[in-house]
Design a protein around this ligand. Sequence first.
Ligand SMILES: Nc1ccn([C@H]2C[C@H](O)[C@@H](COP(=O)(O)OP(=O)(O)OP(=O)(O)O)O2)c(=O)n1
Length: 119
Amino acid sequence: MTGATGVQDGECVTLELLKQKMADFTKERNWERFHSPRNLLLALVGEVGELSEIFQWKGEVPKGLPEWEEEEKVHLGEELSDVLLYLVRLSDVCGVDLGKAALRKIELNAIKYPKPSSE
Ligand SMILES: Nc1ccn([C@H]2C[C@H](O)[C@@H](COP(=O)(O)OP(=O)(O)OP(=O)(O)O)O2)c(=O)n1
């Protein structure tokens, strides 16, 4: 089953697929002129603000969000997606391979913050 997403159940959603879908979405609407690096960065920051609003005034919430209504979780997924999609698109228009850059950064993090030595 692919449902509305075009992705098979159990199939991994790759950054490459999201990048291609965002590129197609933009081209089909002739919006490429709006998707400049600066505009995308501002859009990304705006969506981070919308994501923050969901948690605003709630205080600390337990992992898994057990007390949240389904509707709130759907909304959370939408705002997380907006952030991810603008990040993927920003990386693309800047010519940065986000997946490779992120893997490299994880390596750098591991060097900067070594595992505790076993006693
Ligand atoms: N110029 C644009 C406008 C929108 N989008 C895409 C990327 C985001 O995933 C989503 C953002 O759409 P909206 O600006 O309508 O923001 P919201 O979906 O958050 O709506 P609202 O701000 O009304 O909650 O659409 C895009 O790629 N380029």
